[in-house]
Write a new protein. Structure first.
Length: 258
């Protein structure tokens, strides 16, 4: 199966991601890939798992992408996305209904980080409607747990909910916030630096969609770090109901949003 994904030259996908440096969010690219596969008529519009995905190049307003997809022997769908022949992203998706729900991630209401923090605006370059993280509720030497919500104004939301893929952005922003708090605690200035989601591995979904404006818990724990590349174990939950679990990798730049 082959398809073309035309990225709009402006619009809601780029709102808040990032001011002065518009980049298509990695989760938006994944959502567009799934939508293109579903539009072909022979694949579900929901994701059960992502065994692996690599987001190799940034996608800018106005890009035209070529999607090639084929079935794998393990009942997955292998996807390759190119721009003018150059590989932009590739991976394997398992489409279909989510996994059975295991034990959940429990958010402790009212918990607070141990010390005063700079405002999130000073630590993250994301702005609404692509700012999902709302508050730090727990900090450890190797990770953070935050509250987050997907705003109704986010381009991923339709009919009051977003694909569960959107929850990955909650984890990516929590990871970026952990890195920013580490820099700040080491004596650095509280200046937000732009980072990108560049890889996913063994991500399992336990829900098809996440409701807009509902409070989520996002937890990240450091696995390995070789700056500017860092790998995290992630969990996202709605109350005690898990949304997804897996691993992501992020790439931190020296750029700051304007």
């Amino acid at each position: 199966m082959n398809a073309t994904i035309a990225i709009p030259s402006d619009g809601p996908y780029f709102a808040g991601h990032f001011p002065g440096r518009p980049i298509l969010p990695g989760v938006a690219l994944l959502a567009l890939i799934v939508a293109a596969l579903a539009d072909a008529g022979d694949r579900p519009a929901t994701v059960r798992a992502i065994p692996f995905a690599r987001l190799r190049q940034l996608v800018a307003p106005g890009d035209v992408l070529d999607l090639a997809a084929r079935d794998t022997e393990t009942k997955g769908t292998r996807v390759d996305v190119r721009r003018a022949g150059a590989l932009v992203a590739n991976g394997e998706l398992v489409l279909g209904p989510p996994e059975a729900v295991p034990g959940g991630l429990h958010l402790v209401p009212g918990s607070q980080p141990p010390d005063p923090m700079p405002p999130i605006d000073a630590l993250l370059p994301h702005r609404p409607p692509m700012r999902f993280v709302t508050r730090i509720v727990d900090e450890t030497p190797d990770g953070l747990t935050c509250t987050a919500r997907v705003p109704s104004a986010c381009a991923l939301v339709a009919g009051g909910a977003a694909p569960a893929l959107a929850a990955i952005e909650c984890a990516a922003q929590t990871a970026a916030l952990w890195e920013a708090t580490r820099r700040w605690r080491a004596g650095g200035a509280a200046a937000a630096r732009i980072g990108y989601l560049v890889a996913l591995r063994e991500v399992t979904f336990f829900a098809e969609r996440v409701p807009a404006e509902e409070l989520l818990a996002a937890s990240v724990r450091l696995q390995t770090a070789a700056p500017p590349l860092t790998h995290y174990a992630i969990e996202i939950a709605l109350g005690a109901a898990p949304i997804l679990r897996g691993t992501i990798a992020t790439f931190l730049t020296d750029q700051r949003a304007s």
